[in-house]
Write a new protein. Structure first.
Length: 405
């Protein structure tokens, strides 16, 4: 935690600003958002190079397993860390983790990335042990803060982090045992999706209402009510059925109902009224992939869609699009920038949505698989490259004192 030097009043230090470490370690979103974007691009470049036969990547671990892991638990866990280390202090009213404790947590994440990448040199088990430390450590930090702040209702978000930590361990155990890590993949995607159901239901209507109110209108999104609770519970039940049963009519029915309820829930937030500000609209577009993801699960359960495409609808569409939406907004808001999407930011959004639409289509058009891989990979690189280009300078500089506009 941030410490307050003797002789200085608590309010005299800017909230979350470390005075003993570089500015990038003053708040969790700074190092983790920037590094997650850099690693998302680097890991994709390595994957594409391996597909082209140019290099070998993590052969002992399995290059395909490495790729899937770094998408689900590599870059994505860093985004989650940046979000939670920034959001939890807002929920609890406590000072954020910053300075050298944050440096240590960041280095644990970095060591996991390097260990898996160098698993051919250090051994698979050593790489697995190094990677498995980060999520449990993040979990302990978040639980400590929520409990200390007595924000018991926020423990449901922590439950998602527990599931994600478990999924990472199950993924590694399956790979080490020569099995396909399907349970780990589905549990991880379900954990991310469940957190989006919960947190998205909190921030999307709130940010939408704030923006609509700023324009002087009163056509606000629906307030949280019992329907939202039912939609979340229905979604979690469908995800559980997908993990446990994999396919069949029960999974198809549960996923179909969840898709319908999430579509209605999204419509209640009136996203079409926000198209003048893409920083708000992208949140609605990202959430649109939630019902699409449930629809994909339902279709795959009755053999009308392939499971690999389901995974990419959820991982690229639901998870990554929402993550970039949150990263751009949080980076602007917490560095004192104007809360509006620039042309570069809009191009970043367009690239990731294009990737989310392209990549799952490989299963529908197998004759164009190579082309789809190339185009979707290029779109992914463009999205994260644009993020680094615009937001890298923001994340490494002192916060502006006055928000513009």
């Amino acid at each position: 935690m941030t410490t307050i030097p003797a002789g200085r009043r608590p309010g005299s230090i800017p909230r979350g600003l470390s005075t003993t470490a570089p500015i990038i370690f003053s708040y969790g979103f700074r190092p983790f958002f920037l590094s997650s974007a850099l690693w998302a691009a680097a890991a994709m470049l390595l994957w594409m190079a391996s597909l082209a036969g140019l290099i070998d990547v993590a052969v002992s671990y399995g290059t395909l397993h490495w790729h899937a892991h770094e998408m689900l638990f590599g870059y994505a866990s860093a985004v989650l860390a940046g979000f939670l280390l920034t959001a939890v202090p807002n929920w609890t009213g406590r000072l954020p983790v910053s300075g050298w404790p944050l440096v240590f947590l960041f280095l644990v994440w970095v060591s996991g990335r390097l260990a898996l990448l160098l698993s051919d040199l250090i051994g698979t088990m050593a790489a697995i042990l190094a990677d498995s430390a980060f999520l449990p450590l993040l979990l302990v930090i978040c639980v400590r803060e929520v409990v200390a702040g007595r924000k018991w209702k926020d423990l449901k978000v922590i439950t998602g982090l527990i599931a994600l930590s478990t999924a990472n361990i199950l993924y590694h155990l399956a790979v080490a045992g020569g099995q396909h890590p399907s349970i780990g993949i589905k549990l991880a995607l379900s954990a991310y999706t469940a957190m989006i159901l919960i947190v998205g239901g909190r921030i999307i209507p709130s940010f939408t209402r704030n923006w609509i109110n700023k324009t002087g209108r009163t056509d606000f999104p629906a307030a949280y009510d019992r329907f939202d609770t039912a939609a979340i519970l229905c979604g979690v039940a469908a995800l559980a059925a997908w993990i446990v049963l994999d396919d069949g009519k029960l999974v198809a029915g549960a996923a179909g109902l969840a898709a319908a309820m999430q579509a209605i829930r999204l419509a209640r937030w009136r996203g079409w009224t926000t198209t003048a500000e893409m920083l708000v609209t992208i949140l609605h577009i990202a959430y649109l992939f939630v019902p699409l993801g449930f629809l994909a699960i339902g279709l795959a359960a009755v053999n009308l869609f392939d499971q690999t495409s389901v995974i990419h609808v959820l991982s690229v569409g639901t998870v990554t699009t929402m993550m970039l939406a949150v990263m751009t907004r949080a980076s602007r808001g917490h560095t004192g920038r104007v809360l509006t999407a620039s042309r570069t930011t809009v191009a970043c959004y367009a690239a990731i949505v294009l990737c989310a639409l392209l990549r799952p289509s490989a299963g529908l058009f197998p004759e164009f698989t190579s082309l789809i891989y190339s185009l979707s990979g290029a779109a992914w690189l463009a999205a994260f490259g644009l993020f680094v280009l615009e937001y890298g300078p923001m994340l490494t500089r002192v916060r502006r004192r006055v928000v513009e506009g």
